[in-house]
Design a protein around this ligand. Sequence first.
Ligand SMILES: [Zn+2]
Length: 160
Amino acid sequence: MVVRFINWIKSLFAPSLEGAKAPLTKTPVNVSRSIDKIIIHCTASDVDKHGRNMQYYLYKWHVEERGFSDIGYHFGIDLDGQLLAFRPIGKIGAHCFGHNAGSIGIAVHGKDKFYQWQFDELKSLVNKLCKEYGLTLDDVYPHSAFSDKACPNFDIKEVL
Ligand SMILES: [Zn+2]
């Protein structure tokens, strides 16, 4: 993380011609904040009632109902165990009051019934992010650690 931050600072002072060659879409977005924790959520969605489409459900909830600029989590894991990317990691999430600044938010779709393949994907994603940002499992928290909600409604220690 420190190395990436230093590289980012260096890149700010790089000769401007060098930067001009890079396509605009390649502007790095994920190195300008430091990540110190990962927070795990569930969508608390009654899947039978709200449908299986996680992205659609979250868009309606976060963007249309709550007025967020986009879905508040960085990643989602849908009912099939498919990994979905919602927010770029460089953009602060909107998922855990008071703890958004340094965290990555991951939501597992469902309320009280989850599938092993969702947990397998969660474990794989968390391991990758820990490696990428120099974190350990001690830096991974359930939303309930910072809230009186029971979210994510499963024991992350057992899953991870
Ligand atoms: Zn939550």
